[in-house]
Ligand binder design. Structure first.
Ligand code: AMP
Ligand code: ZN
Length: 114
């Protein structure tokens, strides 16, 4: 499949890895929007959050990913907090069609987002 994040997950395209296990990968974003900006992806390809099903496998995988957010934030020394973002679909301004969560930190965020 011609998916850049599948290729990153397979090690075919290099990335600056922060955390990796059998199911997920976390790597630095190429165009950081904050002092710390990493992406957390499931290695399995989902086009977006809307492609995640209610199957036990998908629930386990997404639960696993979410359980690692705090672990990754600690690795990145985001003790003052952070923002976790998922852009989904056209209106969500998703540009890479492989499910990913942005973890941003190292500065005070503002609200509302653009
Ligand atoms: P989104 O707009 O939510 O789909 O976010 C896609 C993100 O992927 C953007 O922040 C890009 O900077 C980032 N990105 C695209 N290609 C790469 C890459 N090869 N390595 C790291 N980050 C990437
Ligand atoms: Zn993919």
């Amino acid at each position: 499949m011609d998916c850049i994040f599948c290729k990153i997950a397979a090690g075919e395209i290099p990335s600056n890895v922060v955390y990796e296990d059998e199911e997920i990968l976390c790597f630095h974003d190429l165009e950081p929007q904050a002092p710390v900006h990493v992406l957390i992806i499931p290695k399995k390809h989902f086009e977006s959050l809307s492609s995640v099903s209610e199957s036990p496998e998908d629930k386990e995988l997404l639960g696993h990913l979410m359980s690692k957010v705090g672990v990754i934030a600690e690795l990145l020394e985001l003790e003052n907090g952070y923002r976790l973002v998922n852009n989904c679909g056209v209106d969500g301004y998703q540009t890479v069609m492989h499910l990913h969560f942005h973890l941003l930190g190292g500065r005070r965020m503002t609200w509302p987002p653009g």
